[in-house]
Design a protein around this ligand. Structure first.
Ligand SMILES: *Cc1c(COP(=O)(O)O)cnc(C)c1O
Length: 378
């Protein structure tokens, strides 16, 4: 049985008519950049994320970049973040001229280990960027407490976490900025690149709005050095169509995760320590995991991945090389062994298909193939 890692066509088939109608309306209007559709998208995403302000931008990467720009973070400044994330998190810090400072992850949640943050704070530290990896929030209470004690800005990288909750609070509503991506493979994806920044603070929102249009206010009078970070109307309108279905899709992802847990436990692989399931904090802390990814730990990960590929099962490694060991960050001076939990996670983890339209049979098939491999190789 073929099981792709992600099947965007399956989802599109359920909303095709609505999306087509919406896109055609925009083509008729010929209003492509910002405008009423973007405003509506900002209003709806703001409400969904429990934030009074949301500013549509060109991508999740640019959401991070423009948040750093809005805080005037630049050369000589340090920003604390996790090395176990997509490149954009640390890349944005370097692109504004600041220095990323990496703190290792908690091996159970894969998110930044909050208890190690304080020891890396210096007079140069300006911000912390926690990443809500795979759709589960980082430990925001201790992070916000440390940040407020040291006067630091917190930029949530919530690119994988739209609708996730930490103790009842939505991702993106806890820090000073929440950065979201509408890249097609995220839980709420558009038909291209897109992103949004949420904030509780009207002054920050105003700065973001100015910066995304070349820093001009009014037009042709440049207060700040901004850039072109504008969300376009077609993407915004598609996001509004899809947002109505997001909670249903999230429920389906959670049900798929439950099914994996149940089946893996039944196989005995968990008890034998051959499969480590992802920790879901929702039972214990009133949080909400939205399962952008379902990531397990296994021994012999690369061989398992080849086995699954041969059998038509899609998987991915998020992420094979932690940021502190990337070639482009070599000048930062990190070495192998510096952040051992991130390095171990990079070796042991594999993401399984978790998309909402996955069938029960497909999940059973994935578990059976993993079982067959692990039992024969152990
Ligand atoms: C996807 C992602 C981004 C970047 O979003 P884009 O829209 O692709 O630019 C940033 N951070 C994390 C953690 C992501 O997963």
């Amino acid at each position: 049985m073929k099981v792709p890692l992600l099947d965007l066509k399956a989802q599109y088939a359920t909303i095709r008519e609505e999306v087509e109608r919406t896109v055609l309306e925009i083509l008729e209007s010929q209003w492509f950049i910002l405008g009423p559709n973007v405003q509506e998208c900002e209003k709806q995403i703001g409400e969904y994320c429990h934030c009074p302000h949301a500013v549509g931008v060109t991508s999740g990467t640019d959401a991070l970049l423009i948040s750093l720009m809005a805080e005037q973070i630049g050369p000589g400044d340090e920003v604390i973040t996790t090395p176990y994330t997509f490149f954009a998190t640390a890349g944005s810090v370097s692109r504004v001229g600041a220095t990323p400072v990496f703190v290792d992850i908690c091996p159970k949640t894969f998110n930044i280990e909050a208890s190690q943050i304080e020891s890396r704070i210096t007079e140069k530290t300006k911000a912390i960027i926690p990443v809500h990896l795979y759709g589960q929030c980082a430990a925001m209470d201790p992070i916000m407490e440390i940040a407020s004690r040291h006067g630091l800005v917190v930029i949530e990288d919530a690119a994988q976490a739209i609708g996730a909750e930490y103790k009842g609070r939505r991702a993106g509503s806890i820090g000073h900025y929440g950065c979201f991506s509408f890249f097609p493979s995220k839980n709420l994806g558009c038909a291209g690149d897109g992103g949004i920044v949420t904030t509780q603070d009207p002054d920050r929102a105003e700065r973001l709005r100015t910066l995304r249009a070349h820093g001009s206010k009014p037009k042709y009078y440049h207060q700040l050095i901004g850039g072109n970070f504008r969300l376009d109307a077609i993407q915004a309108a598609i996001i509004c169509v899809k947002l109505k279905y997001l909670d249903g899709w999230t429920k389906a992802r959670q049900a798929n995760a439950d099914r994996y847990r149940h089946l893996f436990t039944e196989t005995g692989l968990v008890e034998k320590g051959l499969v480590t399931l992802p920790l879901d904090l929702s039972q214990t802390t009133g949080s909400r995991h939205i399962y952008n990814q379902f990531v397990i730990r296994v021994p012999n990960r690369d061989a398992l991945r080849s086995h699954l590929t041969e059998r038509g099962i899609g998987t991915e490694i998020y992420y094979p090389v932690p940021m502190h060991l990337q070639e482009c960050f070599a000048p930062l001076g990190y070495h192998e062994g510096d952040l051992p939990e991130s390095e171990l996670a990079a070796r042991e983890t594999i993401a399984l298909p978790i998309y909402p339209e996955l069938s029960e049979d497909q999940i059973t098939c994935v578990v059976q193939e993993i079982r067959a491999f692990l039992e024969s190789s152990s």
